[in-house]
Design a protein. Structure first.
Length: 118
């Protein structure tokens, strides 16, 4: 079993930055891939970015390319999402997820709220 704990959400003005953290209790074959998702009020869950612990494979949603950066610190079992040039439409609850491979996620964090004011 892998537990994920997110932190770093908050309120920021448009154009500002936030860094989200996701600490995993351990790394196993069933959590080789990590990702961030988000869900805005009244909308479905959207994939934002993903990474493998090796750091060799990353992906981003088109809506965040060039603004968000996902990274992994193996020594700390922590994945980060650096969010720059934030827009009001980035407002959502952001969730960390882990799974054996990209697009197959079994474990989820509790979510952290990100609110971007205009």
């Amino acid at each position: 079993q892998v537990q994920l704990v997110e932190s770093g959400g908050g309120l920021v003005q448009a154009g500002g930055s936030l860094r989200l953290s996701c600490a995993a209790t351990r790394r196993t074959a069933s959590s080789a891939a990590m990702a961030w998702f988000r869900q805005a009020p009244g909308k479905g869950r959207e994939s934002v970015a993903g990474i493998t612990w090796s750091g060799r494979d990353t992906y981003y949603a088109d809506s965040v390319k060039g603004r968000f950066t996902i990274s992994a610190d193996n020594a700390k079992n922590t994945v980060y999402l650096q969010m720059n040039s934030l827009k009001p439409e980035d407002t959502a609850v952001y969730y960390c997820a882990a799974g054996p491979k990209t697009s197959q996620y079994y474990y989820w964090g509790q979510g952290t709220q990100v609110t971007v004011s205009s």
